[in-house]
Design a protein around this ligand. Structure first.
Ligand code: PLP
Length: 423
């Protein structure tokens, strides 16, 4: 069950050439062209270390966990719990008991809305969100508000799609029970000032949930320094398999909260009349969990730790800066989000005035370039921007400046195709 670190270098720039060798899919061709994968905000590709961990688990260790009194069961249990400890270290959680495995970020947020939310949000309460939230950090709160008769409030946006914090005092008051906010926007790239938001929320007695789906994969995260109450993210966006998410929560909150789903694993004692709950975090992991994928996620975390999250962030800033500079040179391209790369993640969302983002995406696909086109699960944000969608390129550890060149060249072809020019 050992994993292999990709880089011996503790610091310094990423050795992207070497990293790329770990990703079998990057050798693929699409429509005869080398694959240029720039849809990392949707999901990342997987290194062979993670793929091999899945195969190794099923070939050597497969068993159900926590219950079996046999060697395989003990090995599987130890590996599963070791992955939990790795996740805790990765985000500097105070202990592995603060880490609950879910299916994805969406389920982690739903867990909080259903359990903590139902117990703590009443008819007089406000739920504070922002106008840039992903549907996954919007709909669970809309449902809770409808069920409880609570009110939804939104932090608005500046013209550069950063949070408009000038009126925050008026939005946050003693009835504001929770602030649920994304750390980094999947749609426009903005990194939000979580430290400041948490401070102001806590001064007000407001609990804070941070949607870390677009931050945990891309930058160092320290939940204790951030001082948030809940932090949610997905393995599949950070080199891990699909089907695994993480909810970090402060221990005392997990102790107080009712279980989300009920059944096996999450109980201590069951009678025909009722049951008592298991300790945290197992109280929140009903049924057989996604054992193999959690263990492989642990290997993805080893991989990222081997690269160094400071280096991951520095690499993405370099690529994002280059992409923005190249795109700005193209006539009429409009780029959303803050102009300074220090204020944004590795996401570049853009539009051409007369080109539908889907048309851009289709032409780029024919050139082997995979981007995302559409509303990015942020329909309210798109409405505020006055567009039906955007084209979005999003970067990760294996992307190169040369791939940005391919993107820009393919965009030139799309532009020429739709204006009937010869490229
Ligand atoms: N929040 C943000 C900011 C996201 O970008 C995403 C996915 O794109 C999600 C939540 C939902 O993640 P998942 O689909 O893994 O639950």
């Amino acid at each position: 069950m050992s994993s292999q670190n990709v880089s011996e270098k503790p610091t310094g720039p990423l050795d992207v050439g070497r990293i790329r060798e770990d990703f079998p899919i990057l050798g693929r061709r699409v429509y005869g062209k080398p694959l240029v994968y720039l849809d990392n905000a949707a999901t990342s590709q997987k290194p062979r270390q993670v793929i091999e961990a899945l195969v190794r688990y099923y070939e050597q260790h497969n068993a159900n966990i926590h219950r079996a009194i046999h060697c395989l069961g003990e090995e599987a249990t130890a590996a599963y719990e070791e992955a939990r400890a790795k996740v805790a270290r990765f985000i500097n959680a105070p202990s592995p008991e603060c880490i609950v495995f879910t299916r994805n970020t969406t389920e982690a947020i739903n867990l909080v809305a259903h359990t903590w939310g139902r117990a703590n949000v009443g008819p007089q309460a406000d739920i504070l969100l922002t106008q840039m939230e992903h549907h996954s950090n919007l709909i669970p709160w809309q449902r809770l508000a409808a069920e409880k008769g609570a009110s939804l409030r939104y932090i608005g946006l500046t013209n550069e799609q950063t949070l408009e914090l000038d009126g925050l005092d008026e939005l946050m008051h003693d009835r504001t029970r929770i602030l649920a906010v994304t750390h980094a926007s999947n749609a426009v790239g903005t990194i939000n000032p979580i430290g400041r938001l948490v401070k102001e929320a806590h001064r007000n007695g407001t609990t804070v949930l941070v949607d870390g789906a677009q931050s945990a994969p891309h930058m160092p995260v320290d939940v204790q320094a951030m001082d948030c109450d809940f932090f949610a993210f997905s393995a599949h966006k950070m080199l891990g398999p699909t089907g695994v998410g993480v909810l970090y929560a402060r221990r005392e909150l997990l102790d107080e909260m009712e279980p989300f789903l009920a059944g096996g694993e999450m109980i201590k004692r069951v009678t025909l009349e009722g049951a008592t709950w298991n300790d945290v975090p197992w109280k929140f992991e009903a049924g057989t969990p996604n054992i193999a994928d959690v263990i492989a996620f642990g290997v993805a975390i080893d991989y990222l730790t081997g690269l160094g999250m400071e280096n991951v962030r520095a690499h993405e800033m370099e690529i994002t800066d280059y992409a923005m500079r190249r795109l700005r040179q193209m006539e009429e391209v409009f780029i959303y989000g803050p102009p300074d790369v220090a204020d944004r993640g590795g996401v570049v969302s853009f539009n051409y005035p007369d080109l539908h983002p889907h048309d851009i995406g289709t032409i780029l696909d024919r050139e082997g370039v995979a981007i995302r086109a559409g509303h990015h699960c942020t329909q309210p944000l798109m409405r505020i921007l006055g567009v039906s969608g955007t084209a979005r390129a999003s970067f990760y550890v294996y992307n190169t400046l040369e791939e940005v060149d391919v993107l820009v060249e393919a965009l030139g072809k799309a532009r020429a195709f739709f204006s009937n020019d010869t490229p």
